[in-house]
Design a binder for this molecule. Structure first.
Ligand code: SF4
Ligand code: SF4
Length: 99
């Protein structure tokens, strides 16, 4: 699997934590779109107040996740929140340890 969140090796706090050994668990989290990064409209949910989030499937995974490869299918256009999600950070570790 190609890492979802590439970070320089020097900034990885926990060497054993890598996207290569994780089935994109953070891609089940709600992702708000706070900037326009070119996410295709078919992957966007918009509520009645105009707030936009990444669409999720019934099982909770982001609609833009390539389920065969378990990698982001819109990596170059992924939302800012996904770009800033820190591999090996607290949120990452919490998701990895969740069911
Ligand atoms: S939860 Fe962490 S290790 Fe897993 S894909 Fe996301 S950033 Fe990578
Ligand atoms: S946009 Fe890509 S990186 Fe972000 S949650 Fe969806 S599949 Fe994961």
């Amino acid at each position: 699997m190609i890492p979802l969140h590439n970070l320089p090796a020097s900034s990885r706090p926990e060497p054993s934590v890598t996207c290569d050994t994780c089935a994109a668990k953070c891609c089940r989290l709600e992702v708000m779109l706070i900037t326009d990064t070119g996410v295709p409209m078919r992957f966007i949910d918009e509520d009645q107040w105009g707030s936009m989030t990444m669409a999720r499937l019934d099982d909770g995974w982001c609609a833009a996740l390539d389920r065969e490869m378990m990698r982001c299918s819109i990596y170059e256009n992924r939302p800012l929140i996904c770009r800033e999600f820190e591999m090996g950070g607290d949120d990452c570790l919490e998701e990895r340890n969740a069911d």
